[in-house]
Design a protein around this ligand. Structure first.
Ligand SMILES: [Cu+2]
Ligand SMILES: [Zn+2]
Length: 201
């Protein structure tokens, strides 16, 4: 019986050695390969899957004497927001496009207040660093000769959740282009369209 025990230990030792030699140490390449595959599949899922994403929309209505109408939709992606604008009734050309601080389109859009600027930074282009733009600075929308503006863009500064969520603020469309320089408005002129941003999903 004692002799048989020795054989059993010898067999276990040989099997153990074969496993280590054949597949590497337990914490080696096998484990990290599994982790890489798991994180790759997680990234793929969150990139092209909008399920559960926050979606908000502003229905744009014209101020007195203007005709712009349409929608601006916001969809939260992983670390940026997809902005889809479909407007009609605009004078052809570029129009300042901002998020203003109050969700109120009264008084021909004047009740919306100034550009949304929770960080106290100067006015600028949406392509600027966050220290040289207002959070609400979305640049310009360009209308074609028929007065339609169909625009698709991503912004990595605005957010649809948390303390600086833009839900509940307003979208303002201006008569003139934003020059990205004039403080604090971009010299974009009159407010021709306005809509309050509401969460729809
Ligand atoms: Cu504005
Ligand atoms: Zn601004």
């Amino acid at each position: 019986m004692k002799h048989f025990h020795h054989l059993k230990y010898a067999a276990l030792f040989i099997i153990g050695f074969a496993l280590i030699a054949g597949f590497g140490w337990p914490n080696g390449p096998i484990t990290s390969k599994g982790e890489a595959a798991a994180s790759a599949s997680f990234q793929k899922k969150s990139d092209d899957d909008d399920k559960g994403a926050i979606v908000a929309e502003a229905q744009i209505e014209p101020t007195a004497g203007n005709e712009v109408k349409g929608s601006v939709k916001f969809i939260q992606k992983k670390d940026r927001v997809h902005i889809i604008s479909k407007l009609q009734g605009l004078p052809p050309g570029r129009h300042g496009f901002h998020l203003h601080q109050h969700g109120n389109c009264g008084d021909n859009g004047m009740a919306a207040g100034g550009h949304y600027n929770p960080t106290g930074t100067p006015h600028g282009s949406p392509d600027n660093d966050v220290s040289h733009r207002h959070v609400g600075d979305l640049g310009n929308l360009e209308a074609n000769h028929k007065g339609d503006a169909h625009d698709n863009r991503f912004d990595n500064v605005i957010k649809l959740s948390g303390p600086q969520s833009v839900i509940g603020l307003s979208v303002i469309i201006h008569a003139n282009p934003d020059d990205f320089v004039t403080q604090p408005t971009g010299n974009a002129g009159a407010r021709i369209g306005c809509g309050v941003i509401k969460q729809i999903k």
